[in-house]
Design a protein around this ligand. Structure first.
Ligand SMILES: Nc1nc2c(ncn2[C@@H]2O[C@H](COP(=O)(O)OP(=O)(O)O)[C@@H](O)[C@H]2O)c(=O)[nH]1
Ligand SMILES: [Mg+2]
Length: 259
């Protein structure tokens, strides 16, 4: 049991690469001495887990910097449209940028299959009972997938607005996605996620006429938590707003000669 977030992240983490022999299994451990008898022990374990994670995140960061890879960690509650946004992006920007994707979910290879269908290199991490990706899982996936120099790596985190906020994966940018069906109070309820992100995408704007969601209110709430947050409104269904997301993304890519 992971004392940091309460999930069972000590389980077996399975990697799947669509189109390959996927019989490789990797046992992942967050550390030893987990105990829940009194608060002091829990705090120690939490610090230990996060310290270990931060060291590995630094290692990932060094790898990304050395290869000029722009790594983005996509976080949100389940169903906000992370995979749909990726499908659109990978299709629309094919030929302009080099992409690869790490997919995180508790079970199934559904999302990796959707990404694979766009012709993009993808690895699925199944976390079992774990509710977030950590830097060690990403490191392990990177060792298998070997992303190209000067590429963009999307890491779709497990759908959860709480625990992934604590785990640095070594990413350059954290992108939080919220859809208009989730309620405009979410930035206030889940502040850590909005505080640690650099971009907030508000998705499913095509549904605004049908749901009581105040878009000005959600922006005000998000900026109350993080006044440096960039906010982009999109509909992955109609395509409205996607050019602004593409421009933001391209503005973050460093030309090889400048890297
Ligand atoms: N109406 C509408 N539905 C969307 C939009 N984007 C995604 N969806 C739908 O939302 C559901 C969840 O999307 P998915 O990409 O799987 O979300 P994820 O769990 O965050 O990866 C799917 O049924 C999508 O078709 C959008 O912009 N508008
Ligand atoms: Mg998904």
């Amino acid at each position: 049991m992971c004392a940091t977030c309460g999930c069972d992240a000590n389980g077996t983490v399975t990697m799947h690469v669509p189109g390959q022999d996927n019989n490789q299994e990797h046992t992942h451990s967050h550390g030893e001495g987990h105990s829940h008898t009194h608060a002091k022990t829990i705090v120690d374990v939490e610090q230990d887990i996060l310290q270990q994670n931060n060291l590995l995140a630094e290692r990932n960061k060094g790898y990304f910097d050395a290869k000029n890879i722009l790594a983005l960690n996509l976080v949100s509650s389940p169903g906000s449209g992370k995979t749909t946004l990726l499908e659109k992006t990978l299709t629309d920007l094919k030929g302009e940028l080099e992409f690869c994707v790490i997919e995180g979910d508790q079970q199934t290879t559904n999302d990796a299959d959707r990404i694979h269908a766009t012709g993009t290199k993808v690895t699925q991490i199944n976390t079992g009972k774990g509710c977030h990706l950590d830097a060690h899982m990403v490191l392990h996936a990177l060792q298998g997938m070997k992303p190209k120099n000067n590429s963009v790596l999307f890491i779709e985190n497990v759908g959860n607005l709480v625990c992934p906020a604590m785990f640095d994966l070594g990413e350059k940018e954290r992108v939080v996605i919220i859809s208009v069906t989730e309620g405009d109070d979410k930035p206030l309820k889940y502040p850590d996620m909005f505080y640690t992100s650099t971009l907030c995408i508000i998705n499913k704007t095509d549904l605004l006429p049908y749901v009581p969601f105040n878009i000005e209110k959600v922006k005000e709430n998000a900026l109350k938590i993080n006044r440096n947050l960039t906010i982009i409104e999109v509909s992955c269904t109609t395509g409205e707003g996607l050019p602004a997301w593409y421009n933001w993304l391209k503005s973050k890519v460093l030309a090889p000669e400048l890297a």
